[in-house]
Design a protein around this ligand. Structure first.
Ligand SMILES: NC(=O)C1=CN([C@@H]2O[C@H](COP(=O)(O)OP(=O)(O)OC[C@H]3O[C@@H](n4cnc5c(N)ncnc54)[C@H](OP(=O)(O)O)[C@@H]3O)[C@@H](O)[C@H]2O)C=CC1
Ligand SMILES: O=C(O)CCC(=O)C(=O)O
Ligand SMILES: [Mg+2]
Length: 414
């Protein structure tokens, strides 16, 4: 871990106290991570410099995770990294590789769970001029609140053929013989169990509804697969409606389950509704204008994030933040992964991490710098100076490298 000269961000009476030179830990990331991080840091520093003329500056603190950490320390997620995120509250990261099948379970998920960053906040909006596979990408303007600490990401899985799996199956057979009788091929089945709790649901849905109030949105949609998984996903829906009633005074509409309440901010009606997850994946294509804030479980949120990102032009500009609204801890990161086939080619779109940085600046209250990033991004796209993912779909566009796209954003801040 390198050192940084600055002061920590702190939480006082539930509000972030941000010094003029906050220490912000960052993880560069694996695969395309270093290319993307380099471009992003340039943009973030330029935005802060232009907005505050040297009065404010981020003191970046590199912390290690993933392959770089393993190569340097022998550890994939060193304690120093976790300590830095704990101490400095707000950080940012590039993507980290998770092998499929065997090997380590996701470092990304580990960070979210260890720091209890229970909300994965992923806003999805269209930037004018970005090529999209749908006819009206401008109708998509949604904010996903994905539950980040439960569901199968925090679940228990037993691999077929292991002693643990045999024990788990024996336990089910002895204690729940009727359920176990429904397992079609018990001798070769792997077993998975997912937890979904009332507390976990309540804090996530509460944050989503509060966001709708603060940002003057008209609806919050609970997305679940409760018709099949009644006591996990169905319970999420039920607890979600209860949260709206308990914390926001919502009352049922026409006998429920939809309910409404009056926003204390603007006096308008906010509707809480629900949609089953598979139907939602078609609704985001067919009726996107009807959805604003989405509160959902971990796996549904993972699927919906990528699908919605594609609707507005792709995963290259899909940002996010992992946030605990109670402790103030937050780590901002792209929706996409490490795209390893493009590693070290200075090729991919750094937009997702740059816009994650924009979210981070707004989270810190540095809105002037955040606004400059949006201005720069709009300008670079309007000038059709873009990376390969947009260039291949745009007529008459100029192909830029990852670093060049960062520079183009900076140029268009003026
Ligand atoms: N939070 C995190 O750190 C995450 C990590 N991961 C991990 O990343 C690894 C790779 O995952 P994979 O499933 O390949 O998914 P990726 O999101 O890494 O890549 C899938 C495709 O998305 C497009 N893409 C991704 N990033 C960009 C970008 N910056 N600019 C433009 N296009 C981009 C590319 O499409 P095309 O081929 O069309 O050019 C790429 O082939 C896995 O180990 C996975 O676990 C995955 C998601 C999140
Ligand atoms: O951690 C991973 O490897 C995947 C995570 C992911 O897909 C996501 O958070 O959207
Ligand atoms: Mg994902």
């Amino acid at each position: 871990m390198t050192t940084a000269t600055g002061q920590p961000v702190t939480l006082n009476n539930g509000k972030l106290d941000v010094p003029a030179n906050p220490i912000i830990p960052f993880i560069e990331g694996d695969g395309t991570g270093p290319d993307i991080w380099h471009a992003s840091q340039t943009v973030l520093d330029a935005a802060v410099d232009k907005a505050y003329q040297g009065d404010r500056k981020i003191a970046w603190l590199e912390v290690l995770a993933g392959e770089k950490a393993h190569n340097q320390t022998g550890n994939w997620l060193p304690d120093e990294t976790l300590d830095a995120f704990r101490q400095y509250l707000v950080g940012i990261k590039g993507p980290l590789t998770t092998p499929t099948g065997g090997g380590i379970r996701s470092l990304n998920v580990a960070l979210r769970q260890i720091l209890d960053l229970y909300t994965c906040l992923r806003p999805v909006r269209w930037f004018e001029g970005v090529p999209s596979p749908v006819k009206r990408p401008d109708l998509t303007d949604m904010v996903i609140f994905r539950e980040n600490s439960e569901d199968i990401y925090a679940g228990i899985e037993f691999e077929h053929g292991t002693d643990d799996c045999t024990k788990a199956k024996q336990l089910l057979k002895e204690n729940f013989p009727d359920h176990f009788a429904k397992v079609r091929f018990p001798d070769t089945a792997g077993i998975g169990i997912k937890p979904v709790s009332q507390e976990g649901t309540e804090r996530l849905v509460k944050a989503a509804i509060q966001y709708a109030i603060d940002n003057e949105r008209d609806s919050v949609t609970l997305v679940h697969k409760g018709n099949i998984m009644k006591f996990t996903e169905g319970a999420f829906m039920q607890w979600g409606y209860e949260t709206a009633k308990k914390h926001f005074g919502a009352t049922e509409l026409d006998g429920g389950p939809w309910c409404t309440f009056t926003s204390p901010k603007n006096g308008k009606t906010i509707t809480i509704k629900d949609v089953i997850a598979d139907a939602m994946l078609q609704q985001i294509l067919t009726r996107p204008a009807e959805y604003e804030v989405i509160a959902t479980l971990n796996l549904n949120g993972d699927y919906i994030s990528d699908a919605l990102a594609a609707c507005v032009g792709g995963i290259g500009i899909a940002p996010g933040g992992n946030i605990n609204y109670d402790t103030g801890h937050a780590i901002f990161e792209a929706t996409h992964g490490t795209a390893p086939k493009y590693a070290n080619q200075d090729k991919v779109n750094p937009g997702s991490v740059i816009l994650s940085g924009e979210m981070m600046l707004r989270h810190l209250g540095w809105n002037e710098a955040a606004d400059l990033i949006i201005k720069g991004m709009n300008g670079a796209i309007a000038a059709k100076t873009v990376t390969y993912d947009f260039e291949r779909l745009m007529d008459g566009a100029t192909l830029l490298k990852c670093s060049e796209f960062g520079n183009a954003i900076v140029k268009h801040m003026d």
